[in-house]
Design a protein around this ligand. Structure first.
Ligand SMILES: [Zn+2]
Ligand SMILES: [Zn+2]
Length: 199
């Protein structure tokens, strides 16, 4: 598949063919239909935040399930899904107390990669998704199916931007239905990233 790989901080992404291993236990391969750019991606790409390289950025995406690994039963090929960066085991204290975004489980994909470049070099799944690529491999708990009536472009925004704002409103500010609120700080930003280049 083609992917946009970051080899050096603040340098152009390299568009290249990379290989993708099959999904392992509980994992799913999704064909990416749409991916947004979150400012967290920009921080990693620019080197503001540390990450091991090479890596593929992108963690706000939506697409279609194409392959399920052993034990992955929550989705099926053909399902339209939002791909989240959050994994949850459903069994730890956090998950059982309704706080799955703080799940304490560890995952093979925390340390392993399913992606290699043509030199055989392992490429990190950045921000647990790596959606600046034609396909992603993620744990099945990172997927939420969406109705046919929702466009995949709009759905991709649900993966991070929308849930971040929703969490701030519902969990942090504890705004209730019917509350009157003032929204401060909606803003657009421009990030001076270099254009990508082909390898
Ligand atoms: Zn994000
Ligand atoms: Zn858990």
């Amino acid at each position: 598949m083609k992917a946009a790989v970051s080899y050096d901080m603040n340098q152009p992404l390299v568009i290249e063919e990379v290989s993708l291993d099959p999904p392992q236990q509980g994992e799913v391969r999704v064909r990416v239909a749409a991916t947004a750019i979150c400012h967290s991606d920009v921080h990693y790409l620019r080197g503001d935040w540390e990450i091991s390289r090479p890596f593929i950025a992108g963690h706000e995406s939506a697409g279609v399930v194409v392959e399920t690994g052993p034990g992955a039963t929550l989705v099926q090929p053909g399902d339209r899904v939002v791909v989240s960066l959050l994994r949850s085991c459903g069994r730890c204290d956090f998950c059982l107390s309704g706080d799955p975004n703080h799940c304490s489980a560890t995952w093979p994909l925390d340390t392993e990669s399913r992606i290699r470049n043509s030199d055989g070099q392992s490429i990190k799944h950045g921000v647990r998704v790596a959606s600046f690529a034609e396909y992603v491999i993620v744990d099945q708990s990172q997927l939420a199916t969406i109705p046919d009536s929702m466009s995949l472009e709009a759905a991709s925004l649900l993966a991070c931007g929308v849930i971040t704002g929703f969490g701030a409103v519902v969990n942090t500010a504890q705004v209730e239905t019917g509350s009157a609120v003032v929204v401060i700080g909606t803003a657009a930003f421009w990030a001076p990233l270099s254009p990508a280049r082909a390898r």
